[in-house]
Write a protein that binds this ligand. Sequence first.
Ligand code: GLN
Length: 475
Amino acid sequence: MNVPEFVEKIRKNEINIVEHTEKIIEECRKINKEYNYFNTISDGLALKQAHEIKKLIKNKDKSIQNKRLLGVAVSAKDSICVKGVESTAGSRILKGYRPLFNATVIEKVISEGGIIIGKTSQDEFGFGSFSVFSWFGTPKNPFDKERSCGGSSGGPAGIAKKANFPHISLGESTGGSIAAPASFCDVFGLTPTYGRNSRYGLIDYGNSLDKVGAIGKSCYDAALLQEAIAGHDPNDSTSLNAPADDYTEIMEKPVKGMKIGIIKEAFGKGNDKSVEKYVNEGIDRLKEEGAEFEEISLDLPIKYGLATYYMIATSEASTNLAKYCGMRYGAVEKLEGSFNEYFTKVRSANLGDEAKRRIIMGTFARMSGFRDAYYIKAMKVRTLIINEYKKAFRKFDALVSPSVPILPPKFSEIEKLTPLQNYMMDIMLVSPNIAGLPHLSVPVGYEKNLPVGMLLTGDHLQEGKLLQLGSVFER
Ligand code: GLN
């Protein structure tokens, strides 16, 4: 049963929402034992919500007609705050932290009738591309348990694929963390325009880069959740004051005549051959529907994207993480010594190696004497990258490339990667994120039973066009 059919049945009281919710919680527990997609299953909250919905249905409350997610299970990446439910962002330094408020996107999901079933596993604070940097276990690829789900939203993408009940995931991307795992798990991952969805209540990684987005088994599911969470939020000063679009309606429009640029530098050297083969098939599929393609050179984003991203992202992360001192939230050690001694003790014990690496790199990039050469320079290159994209979008409706250059790797292969090789995985993804552009990873094929994703990038606030193109791949 797909999401709209399910919602209809709930409205008509043909499914008992409480029994259904009990069943899917059991199912999540079972899946979790094998695949580790959840840090926390929020059974108490989910059942409470189910009972509330049951009451609305029993009373024939008018509001149920407008609730777009009525009874649909929604999971949230662990970095998205859910009131009263442990929210750690995958870090031991936040162990035991139960937010006193909901993130705005959670409030919106709840008001649309969505049921919050749990907090999904991720790299610590979003630092990573394979979800192996988590304190609470690594999510396993739904196609092969020896392989990665991608990261950092590995849990969200994994459960989006594996759930055998109507369900949509909330993920987060700073530099590719929605598209990469969506590609490795064979699902649709939509990263919206920066500011399109509220960041209020998102445990931050890099404030000028973070976006909450939807991951769904179908393009429709991703569009529906995006529609539910979009819009201005007075609690987030960076959220855009632009009306939300009707994405599920826009995506039905034909793609005939749309102009798409094939990013020249994203093909050829460095890609797994099978990845290119299926991305090219995806392009052919869109051609059959009447979309028009032309090659375009995007030199700067591919050449300087990674260096620029890692300077900006780590600079912001290193300041953001300063608030985790072992006194305000989460992990607390025995209070002794001076503040510096205590601060050092708590952070040494409760932050992982990758988080420490990023703090050191970001602090270095911002230090007086280096700031101009690294952080400020990266900010200037960021503007050049934005300009290059903006020029391309004068001509094109969307740009296309592989989402990730490789197939989902084995954990044993990931262990051998140096940090730099690790960062290289996001080569196609960091630049759309730096520029705050919406992008969608769509499944385009399988090589030896492993999925391949294709990346569509659009101009600011053009999520609708991407979903229009994406919907071709579910027909
Ligand atoms: N892999 C990238 C990083 O480690 C992106 C992570 C993200 O988008 N949260 O920074």
